[in-house]
Design a protein around this ligand. Structure first.
Ligand code: BTN
Length: 321
């Protein structure tokens, strides 16, 4: 259990081994072992003889009570179960495992993911206490086909939440990559469980780069950006979490009632490739055309030789031709 020790060291100040031991009710050697465990989890700890231990720069840890206090009164009751972890393989994996136990409206947060999942089998860089990683379980009743535009609606909700935090110029690359000036800021991974023709649960996984350490950035194989670069300093992750949830929950409710059509115009307004020539990688073939936005189901519309073609499915990639 390194959580209590991390909470004390989060202030970035020096704490002696003895003071830490007294505060946490354990021996100095137990503190030393926990310091090693913290270092192994990827967090730098300064250790200075005679002064003790300190985490340079401190840590902005997620605080469930603080997040809950910032949720709007109409949103809070819809989050029926909140689970926040320090280090787990993946919040999506945890949500998928617990989907029938915890059910609708369950939120999973983590400070670090050791096997963060991206789309198309990619990894998602998830260093400790640096970014946002969460998954939300939501139940829908009209089958998988009605959910085609869900990931696009989630993108719209995230952009609304970011705007509330003063983050402008965020665009979306079909279906749901959030870009800032062409660099990836956030990604959404939806996973589904249940009856494809009726009641099913969707796990909505969101990864948002807030304050990416250089060492973690080395594994990212595409142009990326974080909010520290966008805003000049990293915003509070607790405020961000609440701002995103305050937009996401109402969007999910409206999506369940009205489908993607309710968000089509808003999605088009933030389409990163509107009226640009794009290349679609469909796995077995490529398509080249002018991006004309999305239809009311969220399918991508490409104009190819004067004809509009709709492209469905999650495995399509878009990039500038
Ligand atoms: C993408 O490739 O763009 C999607 C990235 C999704 C990452 C998030 S982080 C929280 C949740 N848990 C995961 O393992 N993946 C998603």
């Amino acid at each position: 259990m390194i959580e209590p020790l991390l909470s004390v060291l989060a202030d970035g100040k020096f704490h002696s081994g003895q003071a830490l031991g007294e505060a946490l009710g354990v021996s100095r050697s137990a503190i030393w072992k926990q310091i090693k465990a913290i270092e192994e989890s990827g967090i730098e700890v300064f250790s200075v003889k005679g002064r003790g231990y300190r985490i340079p720069g401190g840590l902005d840890l997620l605080d469930q009570a603080m997040i809950e206090a910032m949720l709007t009164p109409s949103v809070r009751p819809h989050l029926q179960h909140i689970d926040s972890s320090l280090i787990i393989p993946s919040t999506n994996a945890k949500a998928m495992e617990a989907v029938y136990r915890d059910g609708h409206g369950s939120l999973y947060l983590a400070e670090r993911q050791t096997a963060g999942r991206g789309r198309r089998g990619r990894d998602w860089a998830s260093p400790f206490a640096s970014n946002i990683y969460f998954s939300l379980t939501w139940q829908f009743n009209h089958g998988a086909a009605a959910l085609e535009g869900l990931s696009l609606a989630v993108g719209v909700a995230l952009i609304r939440g970011l705007k509330r935090m003063g983050v402008d110029e965020v665009a979306v690359k079909w279906p749901n990559d959030l870009l800032w000036r062409g660099r990836k800021l956030a990604g959404v991974l939806l996973e589904m469980s249940g009856d494809a023709a009726g009641e099913c649960y969707v796990v909505i996984g969101v990864g948002l780069n807030v304050n990416m350490p250089e060492i973690a950035a080395e594994m990212i194989d595409q142009p990326w950006v974080d909010l520290r670069q966008v805003l000049g300093e990293a915003p509070s992750r607790n405020e961000l979490m609440a701002a995103l949830l305050n937009e996401l929950v109402p969007v999910l409710q409206q999506f369940a009632d009205e489908g993607f059509a309710a968000f089509q115009q808003e999605w088009q307004a933030v389409n990163a490739h509107h009226n640009q020539v794009v290349n679609l990688n469909l796995g077995n073939r490529q398509a080249l055309g002018v991006c004309r936005g999305v239809d009311k189901n969220g399918a991508l519309l490409l104009e190819e030789e004067g004809q509009l073609q709709a492209y469905h499915g999650g495995e399509v990639s878009v990039r500038l031709a």
